[in-house]
Write a protein that binds this ligand. Structure first.
Ligand code: C5P
Length: 217
């Protein structure tokens, strides 16, 4: 049995007390991965941004709002886990300054300077201890496979799951699971439960051979 950390859902980056940047992630893929991992006897910790769904009862759920919160909590939890599945869609940009009052409308255009947020999967990929693994997702529209492989390398992932924009807020998904070096291990199409099952089976075959060999600190 392995202990698996799953990031899920969107994050929010506030511009002022009422407005924020985010994306359309529903958390359904994270939910399905958590359920598939539990079915296979794993322990699951879900770190999730704001979503409408309720994760399976048997997993530990930690709720976060921003990408920085997601990173902070994951860095606390990951040392006690065998692996990470990064299924969240963290907001990639944050405003340089967050207004402490609601920004009033002036009739003019509003310019907000944004900087990138930290990358959770890349950070944990760099902090992996021997025996720990990380699996990332890539959602691409152009040059999809090439970009997914580039992401896998840049974020030091052990596998990357490539999916298309049709996956967003949909019960179904169509993915390719890609190994370092670019080999497509499996192409799966179906509902998110079926896709999650295939991802967990590959993780168990390739990354969890002894079902949790990482010696926890
Ligand atoms: O946004 P991007 O396509 O680079 O996301 C690919 C992978 O990286 C996903 O697994 C996503 O969860 C993760 N990611 C992250 N932190 C970010 C952006 C993306 O963990 N700030």
């Amino acid at each position: 049995m392995a202990r698996i950390l799953i990031t899920s859902g969107p994050t929010r980056q506030y511009i002022d007390p009422v407005r924020y940047l985010s994306n359309a992630s529903s958390g359904q893929m994270g939910y399905s991965l958590a359920a598939a991992a539990l079915e296979r006897g794993h322990e699951v910790v879900v770190v999730s941004g704001p979503v409408q769904l309720t994760y399976p009862e048997k997993c530990q759920v930690i709720n976060v709002i921003s990408t920085e919160d997601l990173l902070r909590v994951c860095r606390e939890v990951f040392p006690d886990c065998d692996g990470l599945i990064g299924a969240a869609a963290p907001c990639d940009y944050q405003p340089v300054e967050v207004a402490d009052h609601k920004i009033p409308k002036t009739g003019d255009s509003l310019v907000i300077k944004l900087i990138e947020t930290p990358d959770v999967v890349a950070t944990l990929g760099n902090e992996k201890k021997p025996g720990q693994w990380t699996v990332g997702f890539a959602l691409e529209t152009d040059d999809a496979r090439f970009r997914a492989i580039t992401k896998l390398e840049r974020k030091s992932c052990d596998l990357v799951v490539l999916n298309g924009v049709a996956a967003i807020d949909s019960p179904d998904n169509q993915v390719e699971i890609i190994a370092p070096g670019g080999q497509v291990l499996q192409a799966v199409q179906g509902n998110k439960q079926q896709v999650a099952g295939s991802i967990l089976d590959l993780i168990d075959q390739r990354l969890n051979p002894e079902h949790g060999k990482h010696e926890r600190s």
